[in-house]
Design a protein around this ligand. Structure first.
Ligand code: TYM
Length: 330
C-alpha cells in the first residue's frame, strides 16, 4: 500500500499565516511523495457554537484556500469531513476505547474550556474525532503544527490499544512537525501562538488580509529589547519575525542575518510586510479565481474517494469487535 498522509484544518474564522507556515505549506511539499488526504473538518468546528450560514461559507472558502496554496487535486484528495459519515461513527467506537482520564489531560481542551462557561461534550471529545479522522485512512504521517503533538500521541495510543484488544486493525501514524515554523507566535504577544482567537486582531496576519492590513500588523508588532537583527532564542519577538521571513523567502539564517546587518527593526518590519504582501497577492488571486462548479465537482470526487477507504476501515473495525447486524452469516 502507498504511504499516506492525512491532515485537516477547521473552517472557522480565517486561515492565518501560522496555519500556512506550520501546516498547509508542508502538505503541499509532501503531496507528491505520499497518497494525500486533506480534510475540511467542519464537525470539529461545531464543538463550539458557529453561525450556520458563516460555517457553510467558510467551508467552501477553506476548500478554495487549500487549492490556492497549491494542493493539487489531481494527486491529492480534498473533502469535507461531514460528507463521510464514518468519521462520526468511528468516533463512537473510539469513545469506548479512550479513557476519560486521558482526555482530561489534553491541554487544548483545558485552554479552550477555560474561555467558556458552557463547554460542550463535543469539545471534550474533539481529540477522539481527530483520531478517527486519521485512523480511518490508515495514515502513516500527519503533518501538523506543534500544538497538535499531544492529540497525535493520543491517536497513536488509541490505535495501539485497539490493535492489542481486537487484533491488528489500524496503522499507527507518526506526527510530522516541521523544525522551523511549527509554532508561529502572535505579533502582539510573542509568548502566545498566533491564533484566530487572539484577543488582539493585530497579532494575527490572515491569508486573506489586504496589503494595508498586513503592513499595519507588522508595523505594530511588539519588539524586544536590543537592536541587532539576528536569530536569538532569548528574544522571541525578533526570532518570530525572522522565522516568518525565512519561510517566506527560502533564505538561510546566515543570508538573512547578513542582509539585516546594521539595519533596524523598522527595516525588518517593512521588508517582512513587503515579502508577505508579495506572497499573498497571487495566492488571493487564485482563491478568487476558483469557480463554484469546479469546487462542487472536486468535493464530490473527494467524498467518493475518501468514503471508499473509510467504509473499508470501519467494516474491519466492526468485524474485529463483533459489532454485526442484519445480513451477517452465522
Ligand atoms: P486548526 O484549523 O486549528 O489548525 C490547522 C493547522 O495549523 C496549525 N497551526 C499552527 N502552526 C504553526 N503556528 C501556529 N501559530 C499555528 N496555529 C495553528 C495546527 O497545528 C494545524 O496543523 N485539530 C486540528 C484539525 C484536525 C486535524 C485532524 C489535523 C482535525 N482532524 C486530523 C490533522 C489530522 C487543528 O488544530 O486545526
Amino acid at each position: 500500500m502507498p504511504k499516506r498522509i492525512f491532515s485537516g484544518a477547521q473552517p472557522t474564522g480565517n486561515v492565518h499565516l501560522g496555519n500556512y507556515l506550520g501546516a498547509l505549506r508542508n502538505w503541499v511539499a509532501l503531496q507528491h511523495e505520499y497518497e494525500s488526504f486533506f480534510c475540511i473538518v467542519n464537525l470539529h468546528a461545531v464543538t463550539i457554537p458557529q453561525d450556520p450560514k458563516l460555517l457553510a461559507e467558510k467551508t467552501r472558502e477553506l476548500t478554495r484556500i487549500y487549492l490556492a496554496v497549491g494542493i493539487d487535486p489531481d494527486v491529492s484528495t480534498i473533502f469535507v469531513q461531514s460528507d463521510v459519515h464514518q468519521h462520526a461513527e468511528l468516533t463512537w467506537i473510539l469513545n469506548c476505547v479512550a479513557r476519560m482520564s486521558e482526555l482530561e489531560r489534553m491541554t487544548q481542551f483545558k485552554d479552550k474550556s477555560r474561555k467558556s462557561e458552557n463547554v460542550s461534550a463535543g469539545l471534550f471529545d474533539y481529540p477522539v474525532l481527530m483520531a478517527s479522522d486519521i485512523l480511518l485512512y490508515q495514515t502513516d504521517l500527519v503533518p501538523v503544527g506543534e500544538d497538535q503533538r499531544q492529540h497525535l500521541e493520543l491517536t497513536r495510543d488509541l490505535a495501539i490499544r485497539f490493535n492489542r484488544d481486537y487484533g491488528d486493525t489500524f496503522r499507527v501514524p507518526e506526527a510530522y512537525i516541521p523544525k522551523v515554523g511549527a509554532r508561529i507566535m502572535s505579533l502582539s504577544d510573542p509568548t502566545k501562538k498566533m491564533s484566530k482567537s487572539d484577543d488582539d486582531p493585530n497579532g494575527c496576519v490572515m491569508m486573506l488580509d489586504d496589503a494595508d492590513a498586513v503592513s499595519r500588523k507588522f508595523k505594530r508588532d511588539v519588539t524586544d529589547s536590543g537592536t541587532e537583527i539576528r536569530f536569538d532564542d532569548s528574544r522571541p519577538a525578533i526570532s518570530n519575525l525572522l522565522t516568518i521571513y525565512q519561510l517566506l523567502t527560502g533564505k538561510t539564517s546566515d543570508e538573512i542575518e547578513s542582509h539585516f546587518a546594521g539595519k533596524g527593526y523598522a527595516q525588518l518590519k517593512q521588508d517582512l510586510a513587503d515579502v508577505t504582501v508579495e506572497f499573498l497577492r497571487p495566492f488571493q488571486e487564485r482563491v478568487n479565481g476558483i469557480g463554484t462548479e469546479q469546487l462542487n465537482r472536486l468535493l464530490g470526487q473527494g467524498r467518493e474517494k475518501a468514503s471508499k477507504i473509510a467504509s473499508t476501515t470501519l467494516s474491519n473495525v466492526y468485524a474485529a469487535m463483533g459489532v454485526v447486524g442484519a445480513g451477517t452469516s452465522e
